[in-house]
Design a protein around this ligand. Structure first.
Ligand code: ZN
Length: 146
């Protein structure tokens, strides 16, 4: 394991290097001051999405959703609960596939909600369909071995 992780600021897109030992003590972006590890769910744009999925050392799980998708809205609070549970193990984010259809095409997404887990520029796993918080947390833990 490396001593520091690359973390893309999910607010401004700046790449930060954070010592692993500091992940739990509220690291902030050097440029904009946004918390880097918040236990919340960040809304991404395509630029930040691409950077985080390619560069981040700390695993990131992204919820591909759309406002018209009922199951996506049902799952949102469950996803948020899982984010709190796994605060220092993985970051949670979401992106609106209606706003960014080119992303669905690029990633071959046929149905939503879909979760994709990334770490160090690699896609580790996908989980499709609306799931309860414990399933989401189990899916992440299993694939990052945390
Ligand atoms: Zn920032």
């Amino acid at each position: 394991m490396t001593s520091a992780d690359n973390l893309t600021c999910l607010s401004c897109g700046q790449l930060n290097r954070v010592p692993v030992a500091k992940l739990g003590s509220g690291p902030k972006c050097a440029i904009c001051g946004h918390p880097l590890v918040s236990g919340g769910v960040s809304e991404l744009d395509v630029q930040v999405h691409n950077k985080a999925s390619l560069k981040d050392g700390l695993p990131i799980v992204i919820d591909y959703w759309a406002p018209w998708c009922g199951p996506c809205r049902t799952m949102a609070p469950e996803f948020a609960k899982a984010a709190v549970t796994l605060k220092t193990k993985a970051r949670f984010a979401k992106i609106d596939t209606q706003e960014h259809p080119e992303l669905s095409q690029k990633l071959g997404i046929r149905g939503i909600p879909l979760l994709i887990l990334y770490s160090n520029g690699r896609e580790l796993a996908r989980l499709s369909g609306a799931r309860p918080a414990q399933d989401i947390a189990a899916f992440v833990r299993q694939n990052i071995k945390a």
